[in-house]
Ligand binder design. Structure first.
Ligand code: ADP
Ligand code: MG
Length: 645
């Protein structure tokens, strides 16, 4: 390169401001400069390939590639490419001005932010906005660009120390392409600076951001082999090495990608050593393009319920890594899905807030939901065993979608829902409905804190007698979505632990009336006893009444329709919400011997102190039957001992 006399030029005002911000910011992620320069090189190679299609003279004699060259002695790093290159005019326009619309806003946004938080720029800002070239000034005190446009004979040298101006000179370059040399800032000037001459640092950065760039990124690296004989000098060789793997497997035809490749790629992005359960290819065509590859893990990560859980979808733009954990791409109830989305022409705008509003991101978001739900339904139908496992891992997270999702998503999620029941270890709602008995109109469920407690619950008795199946739910979140869901396939979802049960729907009007009269007369008969018990238990229950749901147990506790259940109460208080204690209703089985006994006790002496003890025992029993804790176990066992003696 032989530069002739250089001329000095002023930067456009916005560039000046931008450079000033870049240089003086405490931007923590300075290494992204390399991603930006590589991405520019890759764009230039794309353009040359494209123009070469119609104009043979523009093709390169060498294969398209990018080369890194570091020079320790001079503390420089150079990025070469044999891409399309730039004419002098293009150098001036591209590297001395900011032509893009929206850039002015970007600069003022940066400035504002700098004022707000004292100089720290939020990470990702630069990557999300294409002002990549200027980011070299975060790490370099001087940048020299030598570029020769394909089809031209002379080259241009551009040089700046970001002091408000740049120098231009005519020079030569053997081939078309661009070389960008960074005179790196001394490490002593800034503690956050890595040593960008170090091949290991460079390798790491390339792996992280540019592994899937579709051109080889090469570098001469040194290999040291220890000497065979002691005392001899080790053998030091330099070798040309490719730093990126180039396997953007999401861009390859579906059928060509092998299982091993999927597993390897999944491990790379998810850091999960167990192979994924399944993968989903995704492609969006039309006004804008994106492709992607998503994975459904076979195992839940340990932090699935941690608010700061690492999300799994990475965003790429034209194969260049933009960000990890892109929350905007998928709803929280699909947070276990891993993968990459690669957008063709995303307007990489200023901030996360803008990303949220981006129409393209919204379209990708919808597509991800659709594709993942399609895949889950496929697994449910075709691999029921895998699906059962998947549901135990991710079911509770998917249930969050029954609260947060769109109506359409909720419908599909209800199809995916699995739950144990009185008849099956695990059933979908659809197959529950197919087993419903003649005359059964509603879908019955019981929420409890454990499956064991549910199976033993006295609430089941009347339903079992009629052969009605009852679904069991015991995840924290169940009550929340059940409350909102209301029905499935036109059938009401009814909690058997709430309200009055009305199983008489099948009986004839006459029978119904008869039963109603019977209960009324029993209630009248027992009304004094019921109110006495109620008086003894007024701290704990809001009513004592006769039950239609018990056949063998003496008592149970039920919630009033619309009241919070103890599970929900617990959940709310775990979430730090203050909730008033909701009293429930104690139901007695009018046919039970205990009730008959109590009745005669009460008739003999309504003031009998035993009645108070028995009331307490009944309440304790009802709590134990649902697997709940009793408030004072010592007292409870005393009462039992008293009873036995
Ligand atoms: P962007 O890449 O988003 O356009 P940059 O600041 O990274 O913004 O680069 C500005 C422009 O400079 C590019 O659009 C391109 O025209 C030109 N340019 C940068 N690097 C190269 C390169 N290696 N080869 C050819 N042109 C380049
Ligand atoms: Mg760029």
């Amino acid at each position: 390169m032989n530069a002739t006399t250089a001329t000095r030029h002023e930067f456009q005002a916005e560039v000046k401001q931008l450079l000033d911000l870049m240089i003086h910011s405490l931007y923590s992620n300075k290494e992204v400069f390399l991603r930006e320069l590589i991405s520019n090189a890759s764009d230039a190679l794309d353009r040359r390939r494209f123009e070469g299609i119609t104009n043979e003279s523009l093709r390169s004699s060498e294969e398209p590639h990018i080369r890194l060259e570091s020079d320790r002695a001079n503390h420089t790093l150079t990025i070469h490419d044999n891409g399309v290159g730039m004419s002098t005019e293009e150098v001036v326009n591209n590297l001395g001005t900011i032509a893009r619309s929206g850039t002015k806003e970007f600069v003022s946004h940066l400035k504002e932010q700098k004022q707000q938080d004292g100089g720290t720029l939020a990470p990702d800002l630069i990557g999300q906005f294409g002002v990549g070239f200027y980011s070299s000034f975060m790490v370099a005190e001087e940048v020299t660009v030598v570029s020769r446009k394909a089809g031209e004979n002379t080259a241009t040298e551009w040089r700046s120390t970001a002091d408000g101006s740049y120098e231009l000179a005519e020079t030569t370059r053997a081939e078309a392409g661009t070389s960008i040399t960074l005179k790196l800032k001394p490490a002593s000037s800034d503690e956050s600076l890595d040593d960008f001459c170090d091949e290991y640092v460079l390798k790491r950065i390339i792996k992280k951001y540019s592994d899937f760039v579709s051109y080889p990124i090469r570098m001469e690296v040194t290999h040291t082999t220890p000497a065979e004989k002691e005392g001899d000098a080790p053998i030091i060789e330099t070798k040309d090495e490719q730093l990126n793997t180039m396997t953007a497997i999401w861009t390859r035809p579906k059928d060509e990608v092998t299982k091993e490749e999927h597993e390897q790629f999944y491990r790379h992005i998810a850091h999960d050593w167990s192979p994924p359960l399944s993968h989903v290819h995704l492609r969006i065509d039309g006004t804008f393009e994106a492709s992607g590859l998503l994975y459904i893990p076979s195992q839940a990560p340990f932090d699935l319920y941690h608010p700061e859980m690492k999300r799994g979808i990475q965003l790429y733009v034209r194969r260049v890594f933009i960000m990890d954990e892109c929350k905007e791409l998928a709803p929280t109830w699909l947070r276990f899905v891993k993968g990459v989305i690669d957008a063709q022409d995303l307007d990489l705008n200023v901030s996360r807030e803008m990303l949220q509003q981006s129409r393209q991101i919204k379209a990708i978001h919808r597509q991800i939901i659709k594709k993942v739900l399609d895949e889950l339904i496929r697994i449910q139908n075709e691999q029921p065993e895998d699906y059962a496992k998947l549901w135990t891992q991710f079911g509770p997270v998917l249930k969050e979608g029954l609260i947060q999702g769109d109506e359409k998503d909720k419908e599909r999620l209800l199809d995916l829902l699995m739950s144990p029941s009185t008849k099956e270890t695990s059933t979908s709602l659809q197959s529950y409905v197919s087993r419903m008995k003649e005359g059964q109109n509603d879908i019955y469920y019981l929420v409890s804190h454990s499956l064991d407690a549910a199976r033993r619950s006295p609430h089941l008795e009347a339903f079992e007698r009629r052969g009605y199946e009852v679904l069991f739910f015991s995840d924290n979140i169940d009550e929340l979505w059940l409350e909102r869901t209301g029905e499935f396939d036109g059938k009401k979802l009814v909690s058997i632990g709430h309200g009055l049960v009305d199983l008489e729907a099948t009986d004839s009007e006459d029978e119904k009336k008869k039963k109603e009269e019977e209960r009324e007369s029993r209630t009248k008969e027992l009304s004094d006893l019921l109110s006495r018990l109620r008086a003894h238990l007024q701290e704990d229950v809001k009513e004592v009444r006769l039950s239609a749901r018990l056949t063998s147990s003496a008592v149970c506790l039920v919630g009033e329709e619309g009241d919070m259940s103890p599970q929900l109460e617990k959940l709310m208080s775990q979430l730090g919400k203050e909730v008033p204690k909701v009293k429930r209703i104690l139901e007695l089985n009018p046919e039970h011997a205990v009730v008959t006994k109590l009745k005669s006790l009460h008739e003999a002496d309504p003031k009998d102190p035993k009645l108070k003890d028995y009331a307490e025992l009944l309440y304790g029993q009802a709590l134990l039957a649902e697997g709940n804790q009793i408030p004072d176990p010592a007292r409870f066992s005393q009462l039992i001992a008293g009873l036995m003696a």
